[in-house]
Design a protein around this ligand. Structure first.
Ligand code: NAD
Length: 339
């Protein structure tokens, strides 16, 4: 089996997950360099314990290393377009965390460079690799539930991030719902034509003062005629609520939350099951290694990976249309923001 030398840029929250997966769960790979602009003692110790052979603060060491074929970009969003373009010019294959950028122009420019250089680019919309959502997708794609007509996504975080994070997040539709736009498109098998979004500040007034909302509902119209509905909140006190339901002309497919086990406790008062996972680290851990394995398989077989740059572009366009819709209190067509 063909093996790959890999460089990872950014060893923060998500970077550490990918690094650990590359070192512990993937085969025929060599993690050659990890680059992070802030190397402190804590990161050095973590890297040593993990078995990272080289840590640098200069991502260009990765681009300049002729042995490295694959670059995994896990640095903050505003660094992605530059790193994708540099990697592409150095003829590296790129896995980039979502989103590529928050500006349509920069995404399009980057996708042009990707096209010109002919490299492969996959974007980390990891929920497509959750085994339950894969099963939903298979049921729909095989025609088992007929034509999809209603796509319902519930996507609720357990607790809001810090106000500092909210201020630079780009807003709930770009930061949080972005995964749900992707899931909706993935399950519908069609592109979004129009979105109507509404929202409120129901959890923390500070989020409102920071210019964002913490609760949102969006209605989507797809090109294939299907209708979608997504509900988001930054705070579900009972954990990370992640459900998908697709209703079609011949049936319906439902992916529910998974508790930690299947045990039920029956008493005189009630029947209990254990809590659902707390957050994405618990809920989607398996999907992160599955998506990277899939990307390397695509490289081995020379097939286009998905979700790709075009998926990212569509997701960001829907996010922008949703923001405009919320601000202007009207349905917004994707064509209105695709400039
Ligand atoms: N797919 C998912 O579920 C998921 C989850 C979390 C974050 N993300 C995405 O991953 C990206 C990173 O998010 P995070 O939460 O891990 O952030 P983070 O702040 O925890 O980590 C980012 C790391 O990149 C480093 N960095 C910053 N600039 C750099 C540069 N120029 N060169 C090298 N390293 C640099 C920082 O020092 C930090 O260690 C974001 O785009 C985010 O949207 C995706």
């Amino acid at each position: 089996m063909r093996s790959f030398s890999i460089g990872v840029i950014g060893a923060g929250r998500i970077g550490k997950i990918h690094i650990e997966n590359i070192l512990r769960k993937l085969t025929n790979v060599n993690l050659k360099i990890v680059a992070d602009i802030k190397i402190n003692d804590k990161l050095k110790q973590w890297a040593t314990e993990m078995g990272v052979s080289k840590l640098t603060n200069d991502a260009y060491e990765i681009f300049n290393d002729p042995e490295i074929e694959v670059v995994v970009i896990c640095s903050p969003t505003d660094t992605h377009t530059n790193f994708i373009q540099e990697a592409a010019k150095a003829n590296k294959q790129v896995f980039c965390e979502k989103p590529i950028d928050t500006h349509i122009k920069r995404i399009k420019e980057t996708l042009s460079v990707v096209k010109e250089t002919g490299i492969k680019l996959m974007v980390g919309f990891n929920r497509r690799f959750d085994r339950n959502f894969i099963r939903c997708h298979e049921a729909i794609a095989s025609g088992q539930i007929g034509e999809p007509q209603i796509i319902k996504i519930t996507s609720r975080d357990p607790a809001p991030p810090t106000i500092e994070y909210i201020k630079v997040s780009g807003g709930i539709f770009l930061d949080m719902t972005i995964h749900d736009w992707d899931m909706a498109r993935f399950q519908a098998g069609s592109e979004v034509e129009e979105v109507y979004a509404t929202g409120a500040v129901l959890i923390d007034p500070e989020i409102g003062k920071a210019g964002d909302i913490d609760t949102a509902v969006a209605v989507l119209k797809f090109r294939n005629g299907a209708i979608g509905i997504i509900d988001n909140t930054r705070q579900a006190v009972y954990g990370y609520d992640q459900r998908v339901e697709v209703f079609g002309s011949k049936g319906c497919v439902v992916a529910d939350n998974e508790a930690a086990n299947t045990v039920r406790i029956y008493t005189e008062e009630c029947t209990n099951i254990d809590k659902i996972p707390y957050f994405f680290m618990e809920r989607y851990m398996e999907s992160y290694s599955t998506e990277l394995k899939y990307f390397l398989e695509c490289l081995r077989k020379n097939i286009e990976p998905k979700p790709n740059g075009e998926d990212d572009l569509q997701n960001v366009l829907v996010a922008m249309a949703a923001q405009k819709s919320y601000e202007e209190n009207r349905p917004v067509k994707i064509t209105e923001v695709d400039k």
